[in-house]
Design a protein around this ligand. Structure first.
Ligand code: ADP
Ligand code: MG
Length: 611
């Protein structure tokens, strides 16, 4: 009898996708390693990377090294770039932005800044921050999978810009995750929290409040609200203005004063009084004065909390837990005001600076399929309503704010003129009634044969994917005319621009383009294998012995091609497997339908089909 020799597969350390908190002020990266979430540090054991990028004539610096140039070269040192993401120059000017940059006049949807290294846009700046974070990730591939967090209030353009930045940095975004939801994931899974929970996130640039219901690993965001222009930066400005006034400074160095203001503010979370010296003049800032200065902002924050409660139809006492997120929630006054408002002390167990990155890493780990965490269902909500401009400039909202995503909604329209042969659709985002007050996302046209007024039936479908990104399709039912247009946000980079930037950065980084493409192909093939394995584990009985054998051989061919690291072989093996995979999916679908319809009457089936 022959002896079967069995080779033990070599034990490998499991590598999870990473979670990134791309913050206005600080950014962090965390990763699940062997069942534990670790916030990755730089060589100086710092977890928080200041979201600052400095462009000197010959190099690009990120983090503390960049921050060191904040006072001497403010125009070359980009801070709070997150505030500029997905924004054109017009938006920035309209928001009364006080950032000290040299914006380049352009009509483009992406604003640009002049630095000593030439023109840069916010997407490129963010990509530098992401690349600096990637350096902390132990031995990773050329393309790395990640979950990146964004404020709940980010609109389509801002989300798209974040994805573009990730792409530039060599990151494959598994999911964009709302920051408050990430905090809930961190608390829910680590501490098994149950009940209703309000996430109060006050960072450097944004304020987000989200109301979540947590139960047995299921998170449902039932309401969100916030302000994209309210945070620690604004408090710094208040303190800076106070300093200028108190010290009677006539030609103040704004960058220096802001820096001093920030330091004083942070010190006041631990002390009752701080001394500040600028240009040989000294002033004392007490906690009492500081609290008075920030009172109006705190009122604003609590007002936003009230709105969220109202949206969710809940009273203050019905909130089981309040979670504090963001460095600014270390301020005593913020903690006290929140506690007084809700009548209970907020949770602060997990470091408020790290909690978002921890949550992102947990989701990244789950999505990359190698988590030791329980699987969970994550329901997120749409931050802003989406709709279409109607006659007279009124907005017809098709998907409402706070709808769970992914979401699909349809609406049917008709024509108002005889012989009308087309319709121009204007897609907008926002809560206001008039289109001119909302953010314009896209314009597109649908043409169809002439019909009498009111006869055409134009069905418009809005789809929002897991990342909160929208696509819209229009379809005239009678004529069958279709305008299957995916809305690309008006803001953000074109595909060509992205490719250009990637190639550019690849050339500069000296990375081989081929290895990048190979990694992409290998990732694609691995995804196919993973879903095939899952499907086989459940439904292999649906296949004939022959078909099963055939599929297994094709699967093995893909595995061999991956091991061989040959792009064209991987492509061929995938193509070769396609037909067999389709057949298998078809039989799985049929089996599922049969199961649903088994034992149902015709009426039942009709109602199932109409649901
Ligand atoms: P973001 O999410 O916008 O990146 P962070 O969560 O890192 O922001 O919070 C940054 C803000 O927190 C800054 O305004 C910073 O000054 C403030 N901050 C950090 N530490 C403290 C502290 N000890 N006391 C008060 N504010 C603080
Ligand atoms: Mg934050």
């Amino acid at each position: 009898m022959g002896v079967l020799k069995i080779h033990e597969p070599q034990a490998k350390t499991r590598k999870s996708a990473i979670g990134i908190d791309l913050g206005t002020t600080h950014s962090l990266v965390a990763q699940e390693i062997d069942g534990k979430v670790v916030v990755l540090e730089d060589t100086h054991h710092q977890a928080l990377l200041p979201s600052v990028v400095h462009y000197s004539p010959h190099e690009v610096l990120v983090g503390n090294e960049a921050k060191a140039h904040f006072t001497n070269a403010p125009q070359d040192t980009i801070v709070s770039v997150k505030r500029l993401m997905g924004r054109c120059l017009k938006d920035i000017m309209a928001s009364g932005c006080t950032l000290p940059y040299q914006f380049i006049a352009n009509d483009s949807s992406v604003c640009e800044l002049q630095t000593s290294q030439g023109k840069v846009n916010p997407i490129q700046v963010s990509a530098e921050i992401l690349k600096a974070l990637l350096k902390r990730v132990p031995e990773h591939d050329a393309i790395i999978d990640a979950v990146i967090t964004v404020p709940a209030y980010f609109d389509d353009a801002q989300r798209q810009a974040t994805k573009d930045a990730a792409k530039l940095a060599g990151i494959n975004v598994l999911r964009l995750l709302n920051e408050p939801t990430a905090a809930a994931i961190a608390y829910g899974l680590d501490k098994n929290a149950q009940g209703t929970c309000l996430i109060f996130d006050l960072g450097g640039g944004t304020f987000d409040v989200s109301l979540l219901v947590l139960s047995q690993g299921v998170f449902e965001v039932i309401a969100t609200n916030g302000d994209t222009a309210l945070g620690g930066d604004d408090i710094d400005v208040l303190v800076a203005n106070w300093l200028v006034e108190q010290l009677g400074l006539t030609s103040p160095n704004h960058a220096l004063i802001l820096q001093k203001a920030k330091e004083a503010k942070e010190a006041l979370s631990l002390h009752n009084c701080v001394e500040i010296t600028i240009e040989n003049k000294t002033v004392e800032l007490t906690l009492a004065i500081f609290n008075q200065l920030i009172e109006p902002l705190i009122e604003k924050m609590l007002g936003i909390c009230s709105k969220v409660l109202k949206d969710a139809k809940l009273g203050r006492s019905q909130i089981d837990d309040i979670v504090l997120v963001g460095g600014m929630t270390r301020a005593t006054k913020v903690r006290e005001s929140v506690a007084a408002f809700f009548g209970k002390a907020p949770l602060t167990d997990i470091d408020p600076d790290k909690v978002v990155a921890v949550g992102a890493a947990i989701l990244a780990s789950i999505l990359s399929g190698n988590s030791t965490f329980n699987n969970m269902l994550l329901l997120d909500v749409l931050p802003l309503s989406l709709g279409i401009e109607m006659m007279g400039g009124v907005v017809d909202k098709i998907l409402l704010r706070n709808s769970p995503i992914p979401a699909v909604a349809k609406q049917t329209f008709t024509t108002y003129q005889d012989g009308q042969t087309g319709l121009s659709l204007h897609v907008v985002q926002g809560e206001r009634e008039m289109a001119k007050d909302c953010r314009s996302l896209a314009h597109f046209d649908l043409t169809f044969p002439p019909m009498s007024a009111g006869k055409a039936r134009i069905e418009v479908t809005f789809r929002v994917d897991c990342d909160g990104l929208l696509s819209v399709e229009a379809h005239e039912i009678l004529s069958g005319a279709k305008s299957a247009i995916s809305v690309k946000p008006t803001y953000g980079l074109s595909e060509e621009q992205i490719i250009h930037y990637i190639e550019d950065s690849v050339i500069h980084a000296g990375i081989d383009l081929y290895s990048r493409k190979l990694t992409e192909k290998i990732n694609e093939a691995k995804h196919v294998l993973l879903s095939l394995e899952k499907a086989l584990a459940i439904d292999s009985h649906l296949l004939s012995e022959e078909a099963l054998q055939d599929l297994l051989e094709k699967k093995q061919a893909i595995e061999l091609a991956i091991n061989g690291q040959d792009i064209s072989k991987i492509k061929l093996s995938l193509q070769d497997c396609e037909k067999a995979l389709q057949d298998f999916s078809q039989s799985r679908l049929n089996a599922a339908i049969n199961q649903v319809l088994a034992g149902k009457s015709v009426d039942d089936i009709e109602s199932i089909l109409h649901d």
